[in-house]
Design a binder for this molecule. Sequence first.
Ligand code: MG
Length: 236
Amino acid sequence: MSKKRRGPAVADPKRLTVVLDFGGVLSAGHDPVPDVQALTGGEETAVREALWEHRPGYDLGQLSPEEYWGRVAAAAGIDSLSPEEARELQIADDRYFLKLDPAARELLHDLARNGVRLVLLSNASIAFGEAVRRADWFEAFSFAIISGEEGVAKPDAEIYRILLDVLVHENGGVSRPGDVIFFDDRADNIEAARALGIDAHLWPRNGEQPPAEGDAPEHGAQIARRVLRARGVPLD
Ligand SMILES: [Mg+2]
């Protein structure tokens, strides 16, 4: 690498792992409710309430797709939901979240082209985990940790320990939390990761940057590029 580099020494980029959250970081948006409500009918407010109220249980693998979507549909006044209808709702939700933010996608391409190890760490249902692994861009990732599959979700320290354990296997027995650069759109997830020594950074939720008083707020992908360059991660 360049001998002209100034500033603090950077870790060997080959040892680094970039870990990305999905919702609000890779996804373009964070509100699947209109797409879901288009199928269920009913009042959007009621559908929204049920969808988010039961989501943590669904993302912990405690509810089956039929149970989860049954509760959402019940809020729209639907008494019983067939497995096919539950699947349709899941597909609508998957399709919504799988629309990637263009700047995030560009960052993924740059990281993948440079052979940087990428990991997905998402609070999501088992069903979404399956959909994510079928996505065209997923081959850029080494693996995904999905809360529904693990039965534990961020910001519980346990899910970060699972991540570090898997990395130990990937890296032949070594995994230093400081070599893991993690981006997430929730401050509590960042705090929990930092408590374990992970190099964690807030990515302002895509599409929900606070209204700027002056300049436009910085996009999460821009923040990530700045952090990654400072760590010596190749992006060109
Ligand atoms: Mg998120």
